[in-house]
Design a protein around this ligand. Structure first.
Ligand SMILES: Cc1cc2nc3c(=O)[nH]c(=O)nc-3n(C[C@H](O)[C@H](O)[C@H](O)COP(=O)(O)O)c2cc1C
Length: 170
C-alpha cells in the first residue's frame, strides 16, 4: 500500500491544510478577474478557481472567498473580464493577490470594449456579464456569461501547482 495520504470516508477534514495539499496536486492556470460596477469603480484579484461551465449559453465560473473585502463590489458588478495569464506574468499575479490601494496603477491594460479592465500581455481574455452568485461554504460561486473572448498569444501560460506558480509547458 503506497504511503500516500488516504482519507477514510468517515473522517471529516479537520485539517483544512490537508485539503489544500490534496487540491494543490491538481495543476491550474492563473487568471486575473476584474469587474466594474458601471459607476467607474473597478476591482480585481488573482484566481485559479476558473472553470468553463457551459458552452450554450457560454458560461464560466470562478469562486471568491467570502472573506474578501470586495465581496459586495463583485456581487453588484455589472461587467466583468477574465485575463488568462502568460508564463511571464507571475509578478502581476502576486500584485493582484495582495490588497493594494489601486492594483491597476501602472498596469498595462488592453483596449477592449466595456468598463471591466483586461490586463495586457495575457494568453487569452473574456469579457463577461455577471449571471449568478451562489454561496458555497466559505466561498461565493460567480457564474458569468461570456460576451466576447479572444486568444491573444501562443505563449506558454502561467500555471499554479503545488502552491507555486510556474511556466506552463517547456
Ligand atoms: C495563484 C493564486 C490563486 C488564487 N485564487 C483565488 C481564488 O480562486 N479565489 C479567491 O477568492 N482568492 C484567490 N486567491 C487569493 C486572492 O488573490 C487574494 O486573497 C487577493 O488579495 C484578494 O483580493 P482582495 O483582497 O482585493 O479581495 C488566489 C491567490 C493566488 C496567488
Amino acid at each position: 500500500m503506497s504511503s500516500a495520504l488516504v482519507l477514510e470516508d468517515t473522517d471529516s477534514i479537520a485539517d483544512p491544510a490537508l485539503l489544500r495539499r490534496v487540491c494543490a496536486t491538481y495543476p491550474t492556470g492563473v487568471a486575473i478577474v476584474t469587474a466594474s460596477d458601471g459607476e467607474r469603480r473597478r476591482g480585481g484579484l488573482t484566481i485559479n478557481s476558473f472553470i468553463s461551465v457551459s458552452l450554450d449559453p457560454p458560461l464560466v465560473l470562478w469562486s471568491l472567498s467570502s472573506r474578501s473585502p470586495n465581496r459586495a463590489f463583485f456581487n453588484s458588478a455589472t461587467q466583468g473580464a477574465i485575463t488568462i495569464l502568460a508564463h511571464d506574468q507571475a509578478e502581476l499575479a502576486l500584485r493582484f493577490a495582495r490588497p493594494h490601494q489601486d492594483k491597476f496603477d501602472g498596469v498595462p491594460l488592453r483596449k477592449v470594449a466595456g468598463d471591466a479592465p483586461v490586463i495586457d500581455g495575457g494568453v487569452a481574455f473574456m469579457r463577461c456579464k455577471p449571471w449568478s452568485v451562489t454561496e458555497a461554504g466559505d466561498h461565493l460561486l460567480h457564474i458569468w456569461e461570456v460576451k466576447a473572448a479572444a486568444v491573444l498569444s501562443p505563449e506558454a501560460p502561467l500555471v499554479f501547482h503545488g502552491g507555486e506558480m510556474r511556466r506552463g509547458f517547456e
